[in-house]
Design a protein around this ligand. Structure first.
Ligand SMILES: *[C@@H]1O[C@H](CO)[C@@H](O)[C@H](O)[C@H]1NC(C)=O
Ligand SMILES: *[C@@H]1O[C@H](CO)[C@@H](O)[C@H](O)[C@H]1NC(C)=O
Length: 469
């Protein structure tokens, strides 16, 4: 019953967007060798694993002689791990099992990335991850390599060349997958305050908790402008007075959310969730007005810990305690929320419903959680390091904040031959810096001395002495 009604609500959302568009986010693939196949193709980025936003990967294509659908574990100890310096990119066929399972088996077998060749001629589609029940051992979270779907014709071309015994080298390129026009990144997270919706809710909450530190540093220093968003549905006209709409909606059927337990008689109701979503939006708005927008991250994580549905503390009273402890103005937030019983539009939620419909390159928001960075939808797992990499790729080159160059995102290219950069053999002072874009050779700042030079062959430091006499 609950699930059925949820579908009615969902349906009203979909029919309201006549032009509903889901945008396929892409990276490019260039064939570098053999020479006769030189060409550039689009591929669609898988919505799991870690796409190398801002970077690229050159590798040798390998196609398994058996089990090419990748649905079973490959025999042997990492059979596709490269023995040469160039990594292997595993090509697999679409079909017979989930995309994510193929990529996981490829990763286990030592591949640096996985390409899935479509089985029919069609436009590129997005490979999404399956829902929880199919992921018994939690492999989806453990996928850490990039993956992409390619068109059938391109897949056939690659397979033919390999069959002839040719070495096929390709470059997967994500440098244009994320726009990077300027020195500030705008990003949004479409989320939900419901904390009892299974694996997707847990994923969102873990992400918010783990990403909070990064998000707050970026926001406080003005590197980013983050905006949280919440999806709501509306009640079809004919049902407004039904008990279902009354329990799932506020403002006379205008803003609804599915019942958390999918049971109208028990626990929390959909309208409790809508109301908390609205509160979280208002926390952000009001905090933003006093230039403390990042407090949203504290509020949401604290609310989740202190006011969970499980502990039966998901309530207005608990929310207000959290606000007080974060020094948020409770009255202003109440005013922003308005009266949930009134038969009027709510400015804040009306704005959210308008924004759900995509404009320009962004596409409609149809899956939760959805992250949008510089107006394109993020693909990949919702995990701290993967998302930070994508955000970092959104800065104009050389303007990225130091957090993008820090330990978290080290590519460790400096470990090998010092990345080809300058190094003083005596002191081991080096110009090599690992960044998410790969290594850079830049003369360092050591003990207050800025070394100068090209960073590759020379750097010179001149002591600046502070004289007191
Ligand atoms: C937050 O504040 C900034 C600057 O004051 C403004 O441009 C932005 O639209 C605000 N965001 C929201 C969601 O109100
Ligand atoms: C410099 O690095 C090399 C290799 O890592 C090491 O053997 C050597 O002791 C280091 N020298 C100094 C002065 O730290």
């Amino acid at each position: 019953m609950g699930a059925l009604f949820f579908q009615v609500l969902l349906f009203s959302l979909i029919v309201s967007n006549v032009d509903a568009r889901f945008i396929v986010e892409k990276n490019s693939i260039s064939v570098l060798s053999p020479y006769s196949l030189h060409s550039k193709h689009d591929a669609s980025i898988g919505n799991f694993g870690v796409p190398d936003y801002g970077g690229s990967l050159v590798g040798t294509v390998v196609y398994p002689s058996k089990g090419a659908n990748g649905c079973a574990e490959f025999d042997g100890d990492k059979p596709f791990k490269s023995k040469a310096h160039r990594p292997n990119i595993l090509l697999l066929d679409r079909g017979d099992c989930y995309f994510a399972l193929k990529v996981w088996n490829g990763q286990q077998a030592g591949a640096a990335a996985v390409l899935v060749a479509d089985s029919i001629d069609e436009a590129l589609i997005t490979m999404d991850s399956p829902e929880e029940s199919t992921d018994a051992n939690g492999y989806i979270e453990k996928i850490g390599i990039p993956s992409a779907l390619i068109e059938k014709s391109f897949g056939d071309t690659l397979k033919e060349a390999l069959k002839k015994g040719e070495e096929v080298v390709i470059k997967m390129d994500w440098t244009e997958s994320m726009p990077h026009p300027d020195q500030r990144v705008e990003y949004e997270l479409w989320t939900n305050s419901n904390d009892e919706c299974g694996v997707r809710c847990d994923e969102q909450m873990n992400f918010i908790k783990n990403f909070k530190g990064h998000a707050q540093i970026l926001e406080k220093d003005g590197y980013t402008m983050f905006t949280p968003h919440y999806i709501t549905w509306y009640c079809p006209e004919a049902f407004i007075l039904s008990s279902q709409c009354k329990s799932q909606c506020i403002n006379h059927g205008r803003y609804c959310a599915p019942d958390p337990e999918q049971d109208f008689g028990e626990g929390y109701q959909g309208k409790d969730v809508v109301f908390e979503n609205l509160r979280q939006l208002c926390v952000h708005r009001v905090a933003n007005e006093s230039s403390r927008s990042w407090v949203w991250w504290d509020y949401v994580t604290d609310f989740h810990i202190r006011c969970s549905m499980k502990q039966k503390r998901y309530s207005k009273e608990c929310a207000e305690e959290v606000m007080k402890s974060l020094d948020l103005p409770v009255d202003k937030i109440k005013k922003c929320m308005g009266d949930p019983e009134a038969n009027v539009e709510n400015d804040v939620l009306k704005t959210e419903q308008d924004l759900q419909v995509g404009r320009g390159p962004r596409g409609d928001v149809t899956i939760l959680p959805t992250m949008v960075i510089n107006d394109v939808q993020y693909r990949g797992k919702l995990e701290r390091t993967a998302v930070l990499k994508a955000i970092c790729a959104g800065f104009k080159e050389t303007t990225e904040p130091s957090i993008c160059l820090s330990g978290d995102l080290e590519t460790n290219q400096c470990l090998e031959r010092n990345g080809g950069c300058w190094r003083d053999p005596k002191s081991n002072i080096t110009a090599c810096k690992d960044t998410f874009r790969g290594r850079v050779c830049e003369c360092p700042l050591v003990n207050g001395v800025q070394y100068k030079g090209d960073g590759y062959t020379s750097c010179e430091g001149k002591e600046v002495l502070l004289l007191v006499l």
